[in-house]
Design a protein around this ligand. Structure first.
Ligand SMILES: [Zn+2]
Length: 262
């Protein structure tokens, strides 16, 4: 039997087929919960009761708009859509952004990612894991950034900074695939040098690189629901637990049985 993948799920959910929704609920409801626990812990506390409402928001139109894409690419879309619902207001402020980006301009790409994970609300250990570095290194970079911000009168208003970076215009920016390839070690030295040269001076790409690291870790640590855990969610959403066999399938099955018995 061929393996059912994220590509199949996107196609089936876009066509409103129950097998797609079953896979989505089983595989990705836990990831949505993890994201919610990080970005809106107060909403995550109501998870069992609110889960169907949250899952229903990802409708066929969302999947149709996704188009065919790999799992980590899909997780980037899932994460962005969830955050757009959680943070619908535009909190950007050019003055706050200018002070922040000016103060931290001399930092390297690695240092900027460490700072950006802090803006994304991650603690030292989570940031270190996503950056594949020691927590002490994260701590050092955070101190250095805090000193630079203090000297320039910059403030870290996370909502404002996240909104501000989303509003930055793209200018020769990198694609998510570039950063996935970077993390997977499937990139030439020259290409990596190109990406680094651009992203070091582009917070839009720093943000994308951090999100790529975030969803890569989510994909790595995924823990799909067991049948028992998925059952109440599927029932609440009106999704049949298993595909009903068609009459032709049943007939074929019965014929095979009687042939074997003859
Ligand atoms: Zn860029």
């Amino acid at each position: 039997m061929p393996l059912y993948t994220c590509y199949d799920m996107i196609r089936d959910c876009a066509a409103n087929r129950p097998e797609g929704w079953r896979f989505f609920v089983t595989e990705y409801a836990p990831i949505l919960r993890t994201l919610l626990e990080h970005y809106r812990p107060e909403a995550a506390a109501e998870w069992p009761a609110k889960a169907p409402e949250m899952l229903r928001r990802f409708d066929a139109a969302f999947f149709a708009a996704c188009g065919p894409r790999s799992e980590r690419d899909f997780l980037l879309s899932l994460r962005q859509q969830l955050l757009a619902w959680l943070e619908p207001h535009d909190a950007s402020d050019p003055r706050v952004w200018d002070a922040f980006s000016h103060a931290l301009a001399p930092l390297t790409l690695t240092e900027k990612q460490v700072v950006w994970f802090e803006v994304m609300g991650y603690g030292k250990d989570d940031s270190a894991a996503m950056m594949r570095m020691h927590p002490d290194g994260v701590e050092r970079i955070r101190r250095k950034a805090a000193e630079a911000l203090a000297q320039h009168g910059g403030v870290v208003d996370r909502d404002c900074l996240r909104s501000s970076v989303a509003a930055l215009p793209a200018d020769g920016c990198c694609e998510a695939k570039d950063f996935f390839d970077w993390l997977d070690g499937r990139i030439t030295w020259y290409r990596r040098d190109d990406l680094e040269r651009h992203a070091t001076h582009c917070w839009r790409c720093v943000d994308l690189f951090c999100r790529v690291r975030e969803v890569s870790r989510l994909a790595q640590r995924r823990k799909p629901l067991s049948a028992g855990e998925a059952r109440p969610l599927l029932a609440a959403l009106g999704i049949p637990e298993s595909a009903p066999r068609s009459w032709s399938d049943r007939l074929r099955f019965w014929r095979r049985l009687t042939r074997t018995g003859a």
